[in-house]
Write a protein that binds this ligand. Structure first.
Ligand code: BG6
Length: 514
């Protein structure tokens, strides 16, 4: 199959940090169809050759084994081309069309890696010059819009030129191998599925913490903030993956129907929960991995009095039969203590204790997404030898004494605290996917790009899902616009404002790392 991939925003941050490295990996894994052309589109005037050189230099920033060697990059670069384009200029789209028509391909993927406010303009121009053919697919980066209204407007315009089956709304978290494995764990095994419900689960936490700041993305981040950047999409998609019902099959719409039901079941906000169940924060100067870093308002492109949040923690519920009453805690932040993305499922304690157990260290299933992906089951086990009468090890001799008393016929029922058996130790069953499957696995963007080229929609977000997610965050955005809600600062290199601990503690829980 031959393809053309037109990358709008072809010289931008996302293109060279994520998309082009992913295409290069696909080339390396020999999964990128050889008969394909990747056409970078941006405003600067540049030749194909200059674009190749620029991308070659930028890809040298890729870390470790994923960095291209000169010879292999030269071969990959033969698939790279460039077309200058002022996105508001019709004649530039005509020139783009000419470039595409010179090398017809089976399918054409238009990847919009630009600021979302340009999406409608680009679609209108593509439509006007006939670049919205049946064989065209369009990939839209997140966040799609600034709020529910703009999301609806963008979707309406895009849908007037492309049908839903041609629209690939990307959320790269869905392409992560760990998320594929979450689906495999839940729907490819029967072991855990019956355990994931209000009967056995006491709470679920989703943490997406980053130690990096906003880097050079100040102006973008000022318009976006953590709620739009991470919660409205990545965190909610993960919540769906953990809370959804098994789909009837693995087709895109079957999966998306189930995710949609979860999004529509999220507990609506009210004036009280908008205050009690959400904490927003912003990083101040601090130390990350021993190095001093600036506060958010000192970053380039950020207003000195900015009220943009770089941290959000919130509590919600999924109001349906499976999950009613189980708190779901979501948390994300920049410049936090470490990079850590994980889903923690806390199971209820045993209904009646017969052992001594350290508090809160087991009965957990943890899905690790980053920096390494894996699954860990935290259990209690008996690691210490039992002690016998005469031994003084705290905790064990009480149990033994009761038994002896019973045997000698002078048994008296022990008090509650004295019936507890040995002290158990926390242990873990660990599945490390790098160890099991190797480190050279297909990354999120690589997977999603190949899916878009192949026309597989399973891991892309449908417009109704996106609307449901925007509808749910809308009251928070509106509340924050009033600026009455406190914005707490937290020193860089920490786990966010202390109020986030207070919020979760008020429901009797604590964050997993506390
Ligand atoms: C992007 C956000 O969608 O996800 C970034 O815009 C964030 O702000 C990034 O850093 C995190 O992705 P990952 O894959 O590095 O966890």
């Amino acid at each position: 199959m031959s393809f053309q991939l037109v990358l709008f925003g072809g010289t931008g941050d996302l293109a060279w940090r994520k998309i082009l490295p992913a295409l290069f990996q696909a080339y390396r894994h020999q999964t990128l169809p050889k008969d394909g052309r990747i056409i970078g589109v941006a405003r600067d005037k540049m030749s194909d050759e200059e674009f190749r050189t620029l991308i070659g230099e930028r890809l040298q920033n890729v870390e470790g084994e994923k960095r291209p060697q000169t010879a292999e990059f030269s071969e990959f670069a033969e698939q790279l081309f460039y077309q200058p384009c002022d996105l508001n200029e019709s004649s530039d789209y005509t020139a783009l069309k000419q470039k595409l028509d010179n090398h017809p391909a089976d399918i054409c993927v238009m990847y919009l890696a630009t600021a979302p406010h340009l999406f409608t303009t680009i679609c209108e121009h593509l439509g006007a010059c006939g670049l919205n053919k049946e064989t065209t697919r369009i990939v839209l980066e997140k966040p799609l819009g600034q709020n529910l209204k703009t999301n609806r407007e963008i979707n309406a315009t895009v849908k007037s030129f492309f049908s839903e089956r041609q629209i690939f709304r990307i959320d790269h978290y869905l392409g992560k191998p760990s998320v594929q494995n979450l689906f495999a764990l839940r729907f490819g095994n029967s072991l855990f599925e019956p355990l994931l419900s209000r009967d056995t689960v006491s709470s679920i936490q989703i943490t997406l913490s980053e130690d990096i700041g906003i880097s050079t993305r100040g102006p973008f981040y000022e318009q976006t903030g953590a709620l739009r950047d991470m919660i409205q999409n990545h965190a909610l998609q993960l919540l769906c993956a953990i809370a959804m019902e098994p789909p009837i099959n693995a087709h895109a719409d079957a999966i998306r129907d189930e995710k949609l039901k979860v999004l529509r079941s999220l507990k609506p906000w009210n004036t009280q929960t908008l205050r009690s169940d959400i904490v927003r924060g912003q990083y101040s100067a601090g130390l990350v991995a021993g190095a001093a870093v600036k506060g958010y308002t000192e970053e380039a492109g950020v207003a000195a009095n900015s009220m943009t949040e770089t941290f959000v923690a919130l509590k919600t519920e999924v109001n349906n039969w499976r999950w009613a009453g189980v708190p779901f805690y979501l948390r994300t932040g920049k410049r936090m203590a470490e990079q850590d993305a994980r889903i923690v499922i806390n199971f209820r304690p045993t209904p009646h204790p017969i052992f001594q157990t350290p508090h809160g260290l087991a009965n957990q299933l943890v899905i690790h997404l980053q920096p390494k992906d894996g699954i860990a089951l935290h259990l209690f086990a008996q690691g210490q030898a039992l002690s016998y009468p005469g031994q003084s090890r705290a905790g064990n001799n009480v149990h033994a004494t009761s038994e002896i008393s019973a045997v000698s016929g002078s048994y008296t029922p022990p008090t509650n605290s004295s019936v507890l058996g040995p002290l158990l130790s926390p242990v873990q069953l660990n599945l490390d996917f790098d160890q099991r499957f190797g480190t050279d696995r297909v990354g999120a963007y690589e997977r999603l790009l190949l899916d878009a080229i192949a026309g597989r929609l399973n891991l892309f977000v449908r417009s109704d899902e996106q609307e449901a997610a925007w509808s749910w965050v809308e009251p928070i955005l509106q509340d924050w616009e009033t600026n009455d809600t406190p914005l707490y600062t937290y020193p860089s290199g920490t786990w966010g404002p202390s109020q986030s601990k207070v919020m979760i503690a008020s429901a009797g829980h604590q964050w997993d790392e506390d």
